[in-house]
Write a protein that binds this ligand. Structure first.
Ligand code: MN3
Length: 235
């Protein structure tokens, strides 16, 4: 399929396809995932479309079971908290404090995965000139950027995520978070920022196909990154 047609069909760049998010109300920037009750957003490609880099069974279990679990538990956590039900997910994440375990794990889980699906694509894409320039300015080369990102991903002990973020001045930085935390959780993140690319390094994201070879999964990730989405979020 021609790339332009594919993007038009899937709305992968416009971020307007999330269930519960009217196109009229969609916000710019990272995420626009609506508010309570949250729903599992459909993938804009098939489970098998990222093969051989990410296998169909992993995608199916990851999306239909793991992500769906975060959505359900997030709704359960908000059921008894009417004051929080009118907040958008990004606002919720920004308000999370150390002990807010259910919101932290499941609000993070929903946001992280909703974005992760959009950071992947079966269509080959490339960083645009503006993003390349910013990457080169910060890391010297694309390869150096990818090496630092891969190190961040490999360095997560246990479960977590690696992130490419922009700070409030638009400067890029790489960070990682444990569990389902993310840099949008400004009150608890070591380095708060707006993620423009993220990689799930929980074992559930790769173990079926890669077993304990996380580095191979990280290498394969670069083959399916949706740079159009990263370009759009960089702005
Ligand atoms: Mn996951």
């Amino acid at each position: 399929m021609e790339k332009r047609t594919f993007l038009k069909l899937t709305g992968i760049v416009a971020a307007g396809t999330m269930a519960g998010c009217s196109p009229l109300k969609k916000a710019a920037g990272a995420g626009a995932l609506g508010q309570y009750p949250f729903t599992l957003p459909p993938l804009s490609y098939g489970f098998a479309d990222l093969e051989p880099h990410i296998d169909a069974k992993t995608m199916e279990i990851h999306h239909d079971r793991h992500h769906n679990g975060y959505v359900n538990k997030l709704n359960n956590a908000l059921e008894g908290a009417p004051a929080l039900q009118s907040m958008r997910l990004e606002q919720l994440l920004g308000s999370i404090k150390e002990g807010d375990t259910a919101l932290r794990n499941n609000g993070g889980g929903h946001w992280n995965h909703s974005m992760f699906w959009k950071w992947l694509s079966p269509i080959q894409t490339t960083p645009n000139d503006r993003l390349l320039q910013a990457i080169n300015q910060r890391w010297g080369t694309m390869e150096a950027f990818q090496a630092e990102f891969a190190n961040a991903a490999k360095g997560v002990f246990g479960s977590g995520w690696a992130w490419l973020c922009k700070d409030q001045s638009g400067n890029l930085f790489i960070t990682s978070t444990p569990n389902q935390d993310n840099p949008m959780m400004s009150k608890i993140a070591a380095k708060p920022g707006t993620p423009i690319l993220g990689l799930d390094v929980w074992e559930h994201a790769y173990y079926l196909h890669y077993q304990n070879k996380r580095a191979d999964y990280i290498g394969a990730f670069w083959k399916v990154v949706n740079w159009d989405q990263v370009n759009a979020l960089f702005g």
